[in-house]
Design a protein around this ligand. Structure first.
Ligand code: SAH
Length: 241
């Protein structure tokens, strides 16, 4: 069944009213008809099973058949601090990591970043990609996209269980580090850009309690590393079993 995030004010007791872009999606793209079912979400973690009742060019009206808490949100909350990447690679990271279960994305600027700062319209596009990926993967809450921040600054501000996959780390593996995770519910992951993190950045992060870890002997591309780390965390915390 198709999932749609809608503003909470479009839900009035057992009746929903959808307008805007999603009408086109329902009517023209998915060609849904009166009597078909959809799931709507209000981004609070609630989900509503809806039967479509009236579909016009401007509005889709539906009746709530059932409502309850969406059970698909992970208990382990991951924030991915991902360095800006060239081309459309950052978008790929947002899409895939939303599917895997990341809760929050924060784009970071580090020393070896070559990608330019995204324009406002690109940033808006990133948000849209996250919403679409959240709908497709049946998430209950749309992952947040934080504002772009400098690597050094974020090291000052971050707290809690934080790991930084670093391709030159040869003592601490991610498996060993995750043995210390205990009942931690929030994990921060730091991933560098195509050129990796500088030694300075790694040492500075380490001094702030962020632990460099290895992801094994093969070097992953910058857009792959966050996805792999998030998937490992989801598995380790019992979200994938
Ligand atoms: N240009 C570097 C690789 C950078 S990979 C080189 O050629 O050596 C980009 C990012 O992915 C790194 O900053 C790191 O965060 C992560 N990464 C990739 N492979 C990794 C590995 N085997 N272990 C830990 N981190 C890795």
């Amino acid at each position: 069944m198709h999932h749609f995030f809608i503003p909470p004010e479009w839900i009035d007791k057992d009746s929903i009213s959808i307008s805007g872009e999603q009408v086109h999606q329902i009517r023209e793209v998915l060609r849904l008809k009166s009597g078909d079912g959809i799931v709507v979400l209000d981004n609070t973690g609630m989900e509503y099973q809806v039967e479509l009742r009236d579909i016009t060019q401007e509005k889709v009206i539906g009746k709530v058949i059932k409502q309850g808490l969406c059970r698909n949100e992970p208990e382990t909350k991951i924030t991915l601090y991902q360095a800006l990447l060239k081309g459309d690679k950052f978008e790929w990271v947002l899409q895939k990591c939303t599917e895997v279960g990341v809760t929050r994305f924060v784009p970071i600027v580090c020393e070896r970043c070559v990608a330019s700062i995204p324009s406002e319209s690109r940033f808006e596009r990133w948000k849209k990609i996250i919403v679409e990926a959240a709908e497709q993967s049946k998430r209950g809450i749309i992952p947040d996209l934080g504002t772009i921040i400098n690597m050094k600054q974020v090291c000052e501000e971050v707290n809690g269980f934080s790991i930084m996959p670093w391709e030159q780390e040869n003592c601490v593996g991610i498996k060993a580090q995750l043995n210390n995770i205990g009942t931690v519910q929030h994990v921060n992951i730091f991933i560098g850009s195509e050129g990796g993190f500088s030694t300075d950045e790694v040492e500075y992060a380490r001094s702030k309690g962020i632990v460099p870890v290895s992801l094994g002997n093969r070097i992953l591309r910058a857009e792959t590393a966050g996805l792999v780390t998030a998937a490992i965390l989801m598995y380790e915390s019992g979200e994938i079993n």
